[in-house]
Ligand binder design. Sequence first.
Ligand SMILES: NC(=O)c1ccc[n+]([C@@H]2O[C@H](COP(=O)([O-])OP(=O)(O)OC[C@H]3O[C@@H](n4cnc5c(N)ncnc54)[C@H](O)[C@@H]3O)[C@@H](O)[C@H]2O)c1
Length: 318
Amino acid sequence: MKALVTGGAGFIGSHLAEALAARGARVIVLDSAANAQRRNLEWIRSGGGVEVVEGDAGNPILLGQLLPGTDCVLHHAALPSVPRSVADPLESNTQNLDATLRLLIASRDAGVRRFVFASSSSIYGDSDAPSKHEELPPQPLSPYALQKYAAERYGQLFHRLYGFPAVSLRYFNVFGPRQAFDSPYSGVIAKFCAGFLAGTAPVIHGDGRQSRDFTYISNVVAGNLLTLDAPEARVAGRVFNIACGRSIDLLQLVADLNALTGLKLTPRFEPPRIGDVKHSRADIQAAKEALGYAPATDWETGLRLTLDWYRTAAQSSC
Ligand SMILES: NC(=O)c1ccc[n+]([C@@H]2O[C@H](COP(=O)([O-])OP(=O)(O)OC[C@H]3O[C@@H](n4cnc5c(N)ncnc54)[C@H](O)[C@@H]3O)[C@@H](O)[C@H]2O)c1
C-alpha cells in the first residue's frame, strides 16, 4: 500500500506515518515545514519505505508528482489553531480549506481509494447537548471551525458527485508525545506538561471549569487505521467522532498533573478566549459501530505517558 500523509511531520501526522510504515506501507510524508519538524521524524530508518517531501499540500503540480499510484491520503496538514484563525482568518482559510479542496481534486483525479480528513470537534461549538453526536447541527464559533466544517462538506460532496471515498474524522483535543508545547497556539496539555516540568504555574483562560474530551494520540492512530481498513460502503462520505467519550475539566487536569509530579502548583486565571467552546464531550457510538473503534488508552495512562515523554524530551535537549 502507498499512503500520502499531509502534515506528516506534525504531531498527529508523524504518528500516523510511523504506524503506516510499521504496517509495511510505502509512506510519503508531505509537510510544508518538514525540515523544521525533523525531530518528529527521527523514527524513520533508511530503506524503511518512507519518503519525506517538503511542500504545500495544496500545490497541484507537486501533488501531480506524488499522487499517482497512491492508495490512501491522510490529510492532516492545517494551521490547527482557533486563536490563530481568529487573528488571521484569510491565511487560515488558505491553509485549511483551499489546500483541502485542491488536494481533494488531485486525489480524485489520481484515483485515490481512501481519503481521510482530519476534522475537529470545534465544529459543534457551544451546543447544549451533553455529548456531541455527528447529527447535531454544526455551530462553528471560529474561522477554524467553519473551515473544518466546509472541508468536511466538500468531502461529502465529492462522494456524492464523483463517488470519491472521502471520510472525515472529528478529533476531540488530541494529546501525547511530539505535540508542540512552545508556541502560543500549542494545546493545553502540551503547555501544562512543559510548564509543570519547569515548575511554572499554569495559566487558565476562564474559570477552569471548561471541559474537553481529551484523546490520547494512540486512539487517534487506531481510528485512522480502522477507517482505512473498513469496507468503503460503511464509511465513504461519512463523518465520525474520534474521542474517548469522557470529559475532563482544566482544574482536574491541573490536579492530575500535581499528583503525577508531586507538586502543588495553583493556576493563574485570565479572561476567557474568544472563539473557545465551554464544554466538549463526544458520542463515539457511530465510530464504534462502523469502524469497530474503541479508545484503548484511557485518560490516566495517556497523561502519564505524555508527561514522561516531555520529561525525557526536556532531558535530551539539555
Ligand atoms: N491536535 C488536536 O487536538 C486536533 C484536534 C482536532 C483536529 N486536529 C487536526 O489534525 C490535524 C493535525 O493536527 P496536529 O495537532 O498534528 O497539528 P501540527 O501543527 O502538529 O501538524 C500540522 C502540520 O501540517 C503542516 N502544514 C500546515 N499547512 C500545510 C500545508 N499547506 N501543506 C503542507 N503541510 C502543512 C505543518 O507544518 C505541521 O507540521 C490538523 O488538520 C488539525 O486541524 C487536531
